[in-house]
Write a protein that binds this ligand. Structure first.
Ligand SMILES: [Zn+2]
Length: 363
């Protein structure tokens, strides 16, 4: 019997084993890319894995991506495995293949973090690093409150005071944008975009070139969690509303699709997102990207977990009792326990994949 919950995993290692087994079972071609710069909390090696279905020269390619933000990979991995186990590969339309990318950021997945081994938020890392970085003056104002020296009640109260004063001036969404819009000034901060392309950045570009350069149409669904109402999957298109790919995404997904730049999304406007790599690496293909963002808990609860995890890796001890408590909270904020949330994830993913396939094949 196909069980939705059984497609999800509690650890990176469990997810990887299930992904590879499900891909092999469904007749997919597996490839593994070892991250040479990091290992997991139990010393395990870390891989980005891909599974490919359909003809080598398929004109249309569906691309599902899990784990751009590490810990959020619990969600995307479950959806990918559910797609394979529920017969997705056998139901692909004519001239259409699929590429599943599992654990784009395996370090973050294994360590229950959003960031990579170099503390980089991949959805801020795909900027041109030879040009000047976007400014974020708001972050400069609150950087010390984001990463306090110690993690205790006094520092929590001080952070609340600083954030409260900022929100008073700029509104709650202004505060969220200052924190999560991305920053390039504090390598020990959160939502840090990095100073060079990360391993995951360089690797996904190689994957795109090697696996997708023969496709004419590429439809990408990048799985995320942590924003919006519990279990709701928001379809976010991060490209400019004036872009051709935006119009295409609108035609595939309808008016429900949101736009950070258009002010209709729960997400702050961000630049340098991971899916930008695909049109850059595949200049001859029509690339249509969308992020599928699943809600979990409130913005303050989620951002607090991200701050705590950042503090833990810079100033605390991940293996300590406090560290284990903060890690458990981090996991819950991005991957809620229980069957209901997971069932909602798969229902929405299945629907979205159907829309993408229909859109891509003109059906
Ligand atoms: Zn995310």
């Amino acid at each position: 019997m196909f069980s939705v919950s059984g497609c999800f995993s509690e650890t990176y290692a469990e997810a990887r084993a299930k992904f590879c087994a499900a891909a092999a079972e469904a007749g997919g071609a597996l490839r593994s890319w070892l991250n040479p710069k990091a290992h997991g909390p139990n010393g395990e090696r870390l891989f980005l894995d891909t599974a490919r279905f359909g003809a080598d020269d398929a004109q249309n390619m569906l691309v599902l991506i899990a784990g751009t933000h590490g810990v959020e990979g619990h969600c995307g991995s479950g959806a990918e495995i559910a797609w394979m186990r529920s017969g997705g590969p056998a139901k692909l339309p004519k001239d259409t293949g699929a590429l599943l990318i599992h654990a784009l950021n395996p370090y973050g997945f294994a360590w229950t973090r959003r960031v990579t081994e170099d503390n980089v938020d991949l959805n801020r890392n795909f900027v041109d690093h030879d040009k000047g970085y976007p400014k974020n003056d708001g972050y400069l104002e609150i950087a010390n409150a984001v990463l306090p020296v110690e993690w205790n009640e006094a520092s929590a109260a001080e952070t609340e005071r600083v954030f409260g004063a900022f929100a008073q001036k700029h509104g709650a969404f202004g505060l969220q944008s200052a924190i999560s819009g991305g920053q390039y000034t504090h390598p020990d901060g959160i939502f840090f975009g990095g100073t060079a392309p990360s391993w995951s950045n360089r690797t996904v570009r190689a994957v795109a070139r090697e696996e997708l350069s023969r496709a004419k149409r590429v439809g990408i669904i990048d799985f995320h969690t942590g924003l919006g109402p519990f279990g709701h999957g928001e379809l976010i298109c991060a490209v400019s509303p004036g872009a051709k790919s935006f119009a295409r995404a609108k035609a595939w997904y309808g008016d429900e699709m949101t736009s950070p730049e258009g002010g209709t999304s729960t997400s702050a406007v961000v630049v340098g997102v991971m899916t930008d790599a695909f049109p850059q690496e595949l200049p001859d293909a029509e690339v249509t990207p969308v992020a599928l963002e699943y809600g979990t808990y409130t913005v303050p609860e989620v951002l607090n977990a991200v701050r705590a995890d950042n503090w833990l890796h810079h100033r605390g001890e991940p293996g300590s009792p406090l560290g284990r408590t903060l890690k458990a909270d981090m996991k819950e904020r991005f991957f809620p326990a229980g069957d209901k949330w997971r069932e909602m994830v798969w229902t929405r993913a299945d629907q979205t994949i159907g829309w993408a396939l229909k859109g891509m094949t003109g059906g």
